[in-house]
Design a protein around this ligand. Structure first.
Ligand code: GLN
Length: 478
């Protein structure tokens, strides 16, 4: 194993940045090592890889010291293909860069690749990508999770030190869990959505997929902030602290009965129990809580997210973005129809139809209105719970990564994989997944959630647990 490969295998992003700053590691050599690993990636994790290192890498005295970052293809990147997993956007190169990517670059990160994803971030397995499915580096016969599957696979394979993802209902946390990584969905509004191709605007958030909790904190520090170009962005209320917590003395962890019982695979339940026991050993106390409306979360989400998507995706009409397909009849309507018919994949079409129906006159209140009321109740459940407990713990996903193709023909089975992450998304609160063991040889994720803007609390608790759980996040790096 070359020195650089063992550095990639052993060191977190934070450690690599420190090594560059101290002069122990050359940023250009490291960039080239990751770039060539990404170019040789066999998991289909990337949809674009840089041809070479930029002429001038950010200086070692910038906060992120020129470290490469892999970026989900949902983020607009000036002059660089931004295809959102869709044939409709194949070859599209935006004229501007999203705020999230611009902020990371301003802090000294250097993008070396764009990553594969489910089309327009709709999916849980990365199989809904027009550029083909992505494989899980822990077992190439299995899915990496989704929709940020390429970002998670890239980091798990050591083809990126860390990656940027997006999460609407679980798309950072679930693939991080399935690839043995840390994934953080910040509080809604913490990170600007400007330039992030919209799926469901009231839920979409950008966030890190990393090897360690400290890496997630470091990336978030440079991601968050209010942005005048996204009026829902407010940033965080306090600076992100370097997570250093070791004891959980005095911490009360709520374990929701509704999200930890039925439907959770045996091996996942076992790993979850081990994580809870470790938390107790560190001084935390556990309390069973109830989120009485959580069982309606999935149904509400699958009305709200498609409704917003049907509206957001109306911009893809063959005129303003991406590809145009002329119809034989030569009319404008024919061009719209043919473009959308040929450009969108089946899951995206299903969501556009569901959403359009839910928003149509006469049904609006029965579907969209009811789902909004359920969403308010779910947020209320969390408000009540956080009067009694500091953080909430659940498995991130009820199962480990499944075999490619296993659930492709059963949308409901696919949707169920987000049952534990969607409630937090609807409530707008932060959630983090950290690896907590394995089942069937595949990583299992522990999800922790905190009240809105509780990122420092969340990162501290996750850091303390990560230390005692001692999971090897480099276990799939060759
Ligand atoms: N899997 C969920 C869906 O398909 C969540 C996706 C996401 O968070 N982008 O909608």
């Amino acid at each position: 194993m070359s020195d650089l490969t063992s550095i990639i295998r052993e060191q977190s992003a934070t450690e690599q940045i420190a090594a560059i700053k101290s002069g122990a590691l050359d940023a250009r050599e490291l960039f080239e090592a990751y770039r060539s690993r990404a170019a040789a990636d066999t998991f289909n994790a990337f949809t674009w890889v840089a041809d070479e290192a930029p002429a001038a890498l950010p200086a070692a005295d910038t906060p992120l010291a020129g470290l490469p970052v892999a970026v989900k293809d949902l983020f607009s990147t000036e002059g660089v293909p931004t295809q959102a997993g869709s044939k409709l956007l194949e070859g599209y190169r935006p004229p501007y860069t999203s705020t999230a990517v611009a902020k990371l670059e301003a802090a000294g990160a250097s993008m070396h690749g764009k990553t594969n994803q489910d089309e327009f971030a709709m999916g849980s397995s990365n199989e809904n990508s027009a550029f083909g499915p992505c494989q899980n580096p822990w077992d190439p016969e299995r899915i990496p999770g989704g929709s940020s599957g390429g970002s998670a696979a890239a980091v798990a394979a050591g083809h990126a030190p860390w990656a940027l993802g997006t999460d609407t209902g679980g798309s950072i946390r679930q693939p991080a869990a399935m690839c043995g990584l840390v994934g953080l969905k910040p509080t809604y509004g913490a990170v600007s959505r400007y330039g992030m191709i919209a799926f469901a605007s009231s839920l979409d958030q950008a966030g890190p997929i990393t090897r360690t909790v400290a890496d997630a904190a470091l990336m978030l520090e440079h991601l968050h902030g209010a942005d005048s170009r996204d009026m829902t962005s407010v940033g965080l209320r306090e600076p992100i602290a370097v997570p250093s917590r070791e004891s959980l003395e005095g911490l009360v962890i709520g374990v929701p009965a509704e999200l930890t019982g039925e439907g959770v695979e045996e091996g996942v339940a076992a790993a979850f129990q081990v994580a809870l026991a470790e938390a107790e050993a560190l001084g935390a106390s556990l309390e069973t809580i109830h989120l009485p409306h959580a069982e309606a979360a999935l149904s509400a989400y699958y009305v709200l997210a498609p409704a917003e998507a049907s509206s957001n995706l109306s911009r893809f009409d063959g005129v303003r973005y991406g590809n145009r397909v002329e119809d034989a009849d030569g009319t404008l309507l024919g061009m719209y129809t043919r473009t959308r018919h040929d450009g969108f994949g089946p899951e995206v079409k299903r969501r556009i139809m569901l959403g359009t129906y839910a928003l149509s006159a006469g049904y609006y209140d029965a579907y969209y209105g009811t789902a909004q009321r359920v969403r308010t109740k779910i947020a209320g459940d969390f408000t009540e719970a956080f009067k009694k407990v500091d953080v909430i713990a659940t498995p991130t996903s009820p199962t480990v990564a499944w075999k490619l193709g296993e659930k492709s023909s059963d949308p409901l089975a696919m949707y169920l994989s987000d049952i534990c992450t969607i409630p937090m998304s609807l409530a707008g609160i932060p959630g983090i997944s950290i690896p907590c063991g394995t089942s069937q040889g595949m990583p299992v994720g522990l999800q922790l959630a905190a009240p809105a803007f509780g990122e420092n609390l969340l990162l501290g608790v996750a850091h303390a647990l990560e230390r005692t759980l001692g999971f090897d996040t480099g276990g799939a790096i060759r």
